[in-house]
Design a protein around this ligand. Sequence first.
Ligand code: F6P
Length: 341
Amino acid sequence: MRIGVLTAGGDCPGLNAVIRSVVHRAVAQYDDEVIGFEDGFRGLLEGHYVPLDLDAVGGILARGGTILGSSRLERDRLREACERATDMAEEFGIDVLIPIGGEGTLTAARMLSDAGLPVVGVPKTIDNDISSTDRTFGFDTAVGVATEAMDRLKTTAESHQRVMVVEVMGRHAGWIALESGMAAGAHGICLPERPFDPAHLVKMVEERFARGKKFAVVCVAEGAHPAEGTMDYGKGEIDLYGHERFQGIGTALAYELERRLGKEAKPVILGHVQRGGTPTAYDRVLATRFGWHAVEAAHRGDFGKMTALRGTDIQMVPLAEAVTELKTVPKDRMDEAESVF
Ligand code: F6P
């Protein structure tokens, strides 16, 4: 069998672990040939690929990013890919494509699969917002980075009697904010799923100071919005890939709190730091298991599906099921974290 692999969308720690696992299983168990398309779907469309053998994937298990490069795909190029789906399989001689990506990539994978290209998807995203899988790799690493940052910010905040507003990633789903906020004991957590009122945060900070606590940490997801009429904060334009250009809620909220409280409030934007560097052990293991199961699925002819973690098992779920809706933070998870506003 000849297998094509690509990584698309925003990168995330653990991508290299999947690539390595696919190559190991495919070459060692089945004597397959594996090729890696460069820079996501762009490599597939433009015919840029590299052979992937055991040497090519040596030493990459713990490396962040992706050795294949990644990119987001504009909508018209995706249409072009679908029109050429079966020709591309023939042109590159691949029996299956394993695209590793988030919601956008898996939607593209589903379209390519419907257009006749045999596909086995592997979900990834630090946001953990893909439905049908309990977890995506990259999430654990991102939560660890954000938690460590908040632990560190607490000590300096306390020295200076400041409020720290820490903005973490999460466009539509606040999983990183929820779990890192809980792990770090943030005093306020704002999620995209629930518009917040800054007046409640002001009250929380004032009560803390009245109790003799001289600092506060607020963790806000980049996609969080204030409730209508509570604070000036605009919606951003939509970019080429259909994503809202955020206006910087962390900075806006820090300034708003400083103005209302008359105390120093500092914004800290963690941004892509959360996506860089070495994956945690958990993410390496999940990524490795996904790669192994993707190759097994390819050999069973189980196409049009993606690997998914269900409990402790890896199962194959139809791509159609996986991309219908995003997995957002449910109310009961918010209720468990006392500090969700
Ligand atoms: O989807 C993963 C993610 O990291 C989001 O949390 C974030 O909004 C987005 O990607 C950032 O994308 P880019 O790297 O294109 O700025």
